[in-house]
Ligand binder design. Sequence first.
Ligand SMILES: Nc1ncnc2c1ncn2[C@@H]1O[C@H](COP(=O)(O)OP(=O)(O)OP(=O)(O)O)[C@@H](O)[C@H]1O
Ligand SMILES: [Mg+2]
Length: 258
Amino acid sequence: MKIAIAGKGGVGKTFISGTLSRLFANDGFKVLAIDADPAMNLSYALGIASDISSKVKPIAENKELIERRVGKGPIYNIAPTVNDITENFGIVGPEGVMLLIMGTIRTGGSGCMCPANSLIRALIRHITLERKDMVIMDMEAGLEHLGRATIKGFDILLCVVEPGTQSIETAKKIKNLSNDIGIQKVMAVGNKIMQKEDIDFLKKSLNEVGLELIHTIPFDQNIIKADSQAIAPLDLSPNSPAVKAIEGLKENLKMMHR
Ligand SMILES: Nc1ncnc2c1ncn2[C@@H]1O[C@H](COP(=O)(O)OP(=O)(O)OP(=O)(O)O)[C@@H](O)[C@H]1O
Ligand SMILES: [Mg+2]
């Protein structure tokens, strides 16, 4: 299963990506977590210490690697070797989740042909087509990065929404783009739910944009606490309501993929 997690800024993409990755790994899946957000904070949600993750150069910024694989120009190798990159540049975290930090991906719009993008494109293609792992990709807020090359090959795109019209607007744009790209399953997950009315609101507004709400996660102070202490929510409060809800989401996804 290859799952991309997208949505408006601050809706909870990173919290959900990191927690879901570890819960799947706990169930025995070999999980590859991809940080595709230039802000690069998935390591926190995975419980990887920042002194370890900050030493790792994001793939898109690893000039030496890019030069060696794609070339210095003027002629570039459009089919660079990438099958060793996950193992050589990934970081293994709790429960054995492998984290790959991509760095800034600029593949949208005009389709920049710069060498960094050639490498990332080949790498993502390899990961989606040839690797058997469960892949969970935490994406950048907004849509610029939603280029064909980044999410093509993913089976499921989860749009994280929160009660409020803005995140629904973003979800609508994401859905349209994903449909163009040919992602089979685009579904919504509601986060930071405070009351039943929030769910009613989300169901109604998502219905209007043609998105199914497959799961909801409550607003939970424990998650904010974990964030302020820079501890993974799963480590600080494994039994908190929001973490438990992500366990439910994991089961839901498993059933869906059967
Ligand atoms: N269910 C929840 N209850 C309470 N707070 C939450 C919940 N989910 C996420 N948060 C908080 O919301 C903030 C944003 O979460 P997170 O970083 O996961 O979002 P994001 O979508 O990845 O943001 P960005 O777009 O900046 O990457 C964090 O402070 C996090 O602790
Ligand atoms: Mg994030």
